[in-house]
Each structure stands twice: as structure tokens, then as C-alpha cells.
Design a binder for this molecule. Structure first.
Ligand code: F3S
Length: 295
């Protein structure tokens, strides 16, 4: 948890004593890396295409659009000869091949943790395992990972989705990078009862878990938490739910302008937490608003 150097401000009769920032919070390693690559490309070339939003944050997408980002629905919307950005979630080999056929340049923002999950999935299928992916079947990362599997596979969200009988006795397991470790443990335990051989790669990345742990710690030290991040961001939504589960006064905003300063009334200590897709500049704007209120 990081203490911010803005210890005092007055809001009407309210005296806010402390503002704390969850640590870690905001952009994860993979998103930071991908957005930096995209920004550099936009600065150098002015127009870059992305299939789907490069990040679940509308303010950040708008900022990138002013630099020349073009968000399209699918690969066929990309004009021939364009420059194309691959999101941190990655893409399947089939989609990648189509992109390479149309694009002049491909900027690969796939997170290295996602790449590992893709490689392990392929390895398992090449070794003849029936591959089981633990994750959300509709998530682009999971669709991408599944595309790397050359043999048979299925996706389960949780224990109750595990089929009673597998078409093969040798099962290989990989997971979406953002699932909970408890889910991996319980699925692996259940699958081991239903198979002769189980080979497992733990492909979870801890960034999401660390942000969740940070907000739980923060909740112990403050009277209220401001969660900042896109309403389309599932990891931001999860942070908001956790803060509320801690029975804490919690507000979820996308932008500092949405914060009603009346919400601060009666609180002596405030926490700020941001989703893994919330850029630093949005957090800075919020801090600035709070500082200004205090001046
Ligand atoms: Fe990568 Fe983990 Fe972020 S997989 S994109 S560092 S949540």
C-alpha cells in the first residue's frame, strides 16, 4: 500500500486525514508493455488497426484513437497494407495468419504470460493429450489459446463444467492467465479422478490476484475506497465487489469528474484502487482532484 503525500484536506466540515493507494494497482506488466508498443507505433506511423479494443478502458481507447488508432470488429475490416496491433490477450494462429496476409506490419502486444499458455497448450496437444483449458470460453484470450491446440480440447469454467467422461484418458491442463488458483486446484483434483494420466501447466499470472489482495489490505486501513476503471473491465468490477464484500463504503468511477465530493463526507481515510486496465494518467487526475479539493 502506498501512502500519498497529500495527507490533509477539508471538504465542508469534513477533514480527510489520509489518502492511500493500493499497491500494486493500475496497469499490469502485460498491458503496460502492450500499450507502450502501440503508442510508439502510433507516434511513428499515425494509423494502426486493432481487432477489438486494445484495452478495457474507454478513456484510454479514446486517447489512443486521437493518436490514430482504428478499432475494427474483425480481420476482414482491416484494409490491405495496414499496420495491425495484436492485443495483450493474443490471437489464434488462424487469425494471425489472416492478419499477416493483409497487413504491412504486425505489432505483437501479446503478453508473454499469454504466450506461455499458448505454447503449453500446443505442446500438450502435440504430445497427444486431450487438452482442457480452464477459463471463460467466450474470452478472447481463451479463444486464442484454444486455437493453438491441434488435437481435441474443451474449455471448463469451473468444476461443475467438467465432463463425466473424457474421450481420452490422458488429459493435459492449462488455464486462462487470470483464473483463481483455487479454481485450478479444484478442477485438477476432480480431473485426476476421471483420467489415467494428468499433465498440468499452471499458466496463471499473479497480476490480478495481487491487485485483489492489495484492495483487501487497503480495506483494513481506510473508511472508503474509490475504485477507478472501465465499466467494461471485469477485473475492475471484481475489485469493486471485493471492497463491497468488506462492508466498506465504495464508489466506482471511470473518471475523476464522476466523483461526487459529497461522498467523502465523514471519512477520515480514503483508499484508491485501479483495475489492471486503468492507465496511470486517470489515477493521477483523481489524485489531482483530491489535492485541489484540499488546497
Ligand atoms: Fe499479462 Fe497477467 Fe496482465 S497475463 S496482460 S500480466 S493480467
Amino acid at each position: 500500500m502506498q501512502k500519498m503525500p497529500l495527507p490533509l484536506f477539508r471538504g465542508g466540515s469534513t477533514l480527510v486525514l489520509n489518502i492511500l493507494l493500493a499497491d500494486p494497482t493500475g496497469f499490469c506488466f502485460g498491458v503496460k508493455r502492450a500499450i507502450l508498443k502501440l503508442e510508439n507505433e502510433l507516434s511513428d506511423h499515425g494509423e494502426v488497426y486493432s481487432i477489438g479494443s486494445p484495452i478495457h478502458n474507454p478513456q484510454e481507447v479514446s486517447r489512443l484513437e486521437t493518436m490514430g488508432l482504428q478499432v475494427v470488429e474483425n480481420v476482414f475490416d482491416i484494409p490491405r497494407g495496414a499496420r495491425v496491433f495484436i492485443r495483450a490477450h493474443g490471437e489464434s494462429p488462424e487469425v494471425l495468419e489472416k492478419i499477416h496476409m493483409r497487413a504491412e506490419a504486425v505489432i505483437d502486444g501479446t503478453c508473454p504470460f499469454v504466450k506461455t499458455a499458448q505454447e503449453k497448450a500446443r505442446k500438450l496437444s502435440d504430445e497427444g493429450y486431450y487438452v482442457l483449458i480452464i477459463g471463460n470460453p467466450d474470452h478472447p484470450e481463451v479463444k486464442g489459446i484454444r486455437g493453438f491446440i491441434r488435437g481435441r480440447s474443451s474449455v471448463v469454467y469451473d468444476v461443475e463444467d467438467i465432463p463425466d467422461v473424457f474421450p481420452d484418458n490422458r488429459i493435459g491442463l492449462v488455464c486462462q492467465t487470470t483464473i483463481r488458483f483455487e479454481t485450478l486446484k479444484s478442477v485438477a483434483a476432480e480431473v485426476s479422478h476421471r483420467s489415467r494420466e494428468l499433465k498440468l501447466y499452471n499458466t496463471i499470472c499473479n497480476a490480478t490476484f495481487e491487485r485483489q489482495k492489495a484492495i483487501r489490505n487497503l480495506a483494513l486501513a481506510v473508511d472508503g475506497i474509490i475504485v477507478i476503471g472501465g465499466r467494461n473491465s471485469s477485473n475492475t468490477s471484481r475489485l469493486y465487489q471485493i471492497a463491497r464484500q468488506e462492508s466498506l463504503a465504495t464508489v466506482w468511477i471511470e473518471h475523476a469528474s464522476e466523483l461526487d465530493l459529497q461522498w467523502l463526507a465523514g471519512k477520515s481515510s480514503i483508499g484508491i484502487a485501479a483495475g489492471a486496465s486503468t492507465p496511470e494518467w486517470l489515477i493521477e487526475e483523481l489524485k489531482h482532484k483530491l489535492k485541489k479539493k484540499g488546497s
